[in-house]
Ligand binder design. Structure first.
Ligand SMILES: [Mn+2]
Length: 337
């Protein structure tokens, strides 16, 4: 087999050395997604197979649709951990705060960071950050194979789920030759694509579909049809019998419209708004738009939160920021080379 992450191997070895003799905390981000849970489960299992004690830590519970991939792995809240000196590895967290305030305070100096977010500046001792990778699970799969570490069928399925979800089922721009080769190797180790697809995409609740119905009926178009925005008002989860985790993937509908370049989901919460941005073309750099509001992410997928804000007042401000970005991108394109 080829080597997938040759440039990361010295640092990965250093990370494993950092973990020696200490229990490991594998920390994921708040409101975890498939890549987060898959990466946490896989790394904890591999560390355990190497003789480490490892525990998965997350500020929020594992969403219903991802519980199958967690298997018998237990997830601890940061506050529920004992006082021992854990060596923390943060996975799929664009920055230290993404894990939540409590996790950040509990693990102020992470031993490692494994991530693929463009905006990640590296906040650990050993930073394994590759924005060219489609998923954190892709980086982990590559490193595990490069080092010949034990990847069993549960680990393989968890990594496969991470790659499947973060690539939008192998559709997004980030999907590469390496993504497919690693996915194929995971199949060799026991990953089951049909089972993963069933668990992730064919077990929706009625509440989630009602939520989707509300979301689709809220869609509005801005910037001459180049931007599509959908809103989930405060209270909509109770009204539709859905959960906040059911918003996962919903923003993709805003981008799916022909002619739309940037899609946005604005979620109104009692304490402010949360927005997810998606672009078709990485040149749109939605991470820069999110960055104006203190958020971040990838060129094609980014997020932000604004405390104390309402959707009605925030959307015009966001549209103005997107218009600015369209102008900046157009100016770069018009520049003679
Ligand atoms: Mn990810």
């Amino acid at each position: 087999m080829e080597t997938f992450y040759p440039e990361f191997l010295p640092r990965f070895d250093e990370l494993l050395r950092q973990l020696a003799g200490r229990p490991a905390a594998v920390v994921g981000h708040a409101r975890p997604d498939g890549d987060c849970i898959g990466s946490q489960v896989a790394l904890a299992r591999v560390l355990r197979a190497l003789g480490h004690e490892a525990v998965c830590v997350n500020a929020d519970p594992v969403p219903r649709r991802l519980q199958y991939f967690a298997g018998d792995e237990t997830f601890a809240r940061p506050g529920a951990l004992d006082a021992r000196d854990f060596a923390a590895v943060f996975v799929d967290c664009a920055d230290h705060d993404r894990a939540g305030r409590e996790a950040r305070a509990r693990f102020p100096a992470p031993a490692g960071v494994v991530d693929h977010h463009l905006s990640n500046a590296g906040f650990g001792v050993c930073n394994l950050i590759d924005p060219a990778s489609a998923a954190t699970a892709e980086i982990l799969a590559g490193l595990f194979f490069d080092r010949g570490l034990p990847v069993d069928s549960v680990t393989a399925q968890a990594l496969y789920a991470g790659i499947l979800t973060d690539t939008g089922q192998f559709r997004f721009n980030s999907t590469s030759r390496r993504t497919f080769i690693l996915a194929a190797e995971l199949l060799v180790r026991g990953a089951k694509p049909a089972q993963a697809g069933y668990e992730l995409y064919e077990r929706e609740t009625v509440g989630k579909l009602r939520l989707l119905q509300r979301f689709l009926s809220s869609l509005r178009f801005e910037c001459g049809g180049r931007v599509c925005i959908g809103v989930l008002p405060d209270g909509v989860f109770a009204e539709t019998g859905s959960l906040s985790e059911d918003t996962e993937g919903m923003v993709d509908y805003t981008r799916a419209v022909d002619g739309v370049e940037i899609g946005v989901l604005v979620e109104e919460r009692p304490d402010g708004i949360k927005a997810s941005l998606r672009a078709k073309d990485p040149a749109s750099r939605v991470d820069l738009i999110a960055g104006r509001f203190g958020g971040g992410g990838h060129a094609c997928a980014a997020g932000l939160t604004v405390p104390g804000e309402k959707a009605a007042t925030f959307i015009p401000i966001l549209v103005a920021a997107i218009e600015d970005q369209f102008r900046a991108v157009a100016a770069v394109r018009a520049r003679p080379v």
